[in-house]
Design a protein around this ligand. Structure first.
Ligand code: PEP
Ligand code: MN
Length: 304
């Protein structure tokens, strides 16, 4: 029967809407997940920045970038050794050589490494070098890759697919959880919409939504979300304000000569300036988390 005009609509609950991914949702059983990486954590009080080139190109490129992003406050070095590319004729990544360079950068700087794994046959090799296994947007619906990554026991960064809904991303996360890996980080990296002036449309509200609904840490990727380096700092601020636990940002010594994603990569000075401009926003976030923690404590005391 149709509701009568003027009748109150029944608001669908989030629990019903995401009923097929119960373990991704925040609940009494699933409190905030904190992912340990080297000597720090993702999803806790510290805002974590991951930065580095889209692709690992050369030793000089990677080490120079690692040193600079570390100095500016990044905790994690990003860099693809295996690259999913739109064109089969584009640079496909250095493979094992790239992983070895990432390892060298980790030893020199103490930064953790996040790098993408594209197929199951590479899994063991990539997991040996990566502190965090990145599942790229194009593979978010590759269930067998997610299962294989989950079973390595390594923390995973799960990027939202190009045309995936939040529910689709949650389903991918549920697969990793079902396979025994709860060290999962979700990433909003922009989605395809009718807007074509930017590479993707940054779905900032999805960050707020995922933070409210899920216990998993959520990070923002302002680089792939916009595709334009001049928009990256603003999108990063929006990510922090939306409640993200961290960022993943592309940085290159000379973006115009980058072998991939140069248009959206910041140079060192631009990255330094972005990090400085984010500091007050990150401080606000930390204040808010402290307040929320105190309120929770107070509520627990009143209830107890
Ligand atoms: C990347 O991080 O360089 C990348 C390929 O990202 P995405 O999978 O989000 O396109
Ligand atoms: Mn990229």
């Amino acid at each position: 029967m149709l509701p009568r005009i003027g009748a109150r609509a029944v608001r669908e609950s989030w629990q019903d809407r995401f009923a097929d991914t119960p373990d991704v949702l925040r609940s009494a059983r699933h409190e905030q997940t904190i992912v340990p990486v080297l000597d720090f954590e993702i999803g806790g009080s510290e805002f974590i920045t991951m930065a580095g080139p889209c692709s690992v190109e050369t030793e000089a490129q990677l080490l120079a970038t690692a040193r600079r992003v570390q100095r500016a406050g990044a905790r994690i070095l990003r860099g693809g050794a295996f690259k999913p590319r739109t064109s089969p004729y584009s640079f496909q990544g250095l493979g094992l050589e790239g992983l070895k360079l990432l390892d060298r950068a980790r030893r020199e700087t103490g930064l953790a490494i996040v790098t993408e794994v594209m197929c199951e046959t590479d899994m063991e090799m990539v997991a040996e070098y990566a502190d965090i296994l990145q599942i790229g947007s194009r593979n978010m619906e590759n269930d067998s890759l997610i299962v294989a990554a989950a079973r390595t026991g390594r923390p995973m960064l799960l990027k939202r697919g190009l045309v995936a809904t939040v529910a689709d991303l949650f389903r991918a996360a549920q697969i990793a959880l079902d396979n025994g890996n709860s060290n999962l980080i979700l990433c909003e990296r922009g989605i395809r919409t009718f807007e074509t002036s930017m590479r993707n449309t940054f779905d900032a509200a999805s960050i707020a939504l995922m933070k409210q609904l899920s216990h998993l840490p959520v990070i923002a990727d302002p680089s792939h979300a916009t595709g334009r380096r001049e928009l990256v700092p603003a999108a990063a601020r929006i990510g922090v304000a939306a409640g993200a636990d961290g960022l993943i940002v592309e940085v290159h010594p000379d973006p115009d000569t980058a072998w991939s994603d140069g248009d959206q990569s910041l140079n060192f000075e631009e990255f330094d300036a972005m990090m400085a401009s984010l500091a007050p926003w990150i401080a606000l976030r930390e204040d808010e988390m402290r307040l929320r923690g105190e309120n929770d404590l107070h509520a627990a005391e009143v209830a107890g």
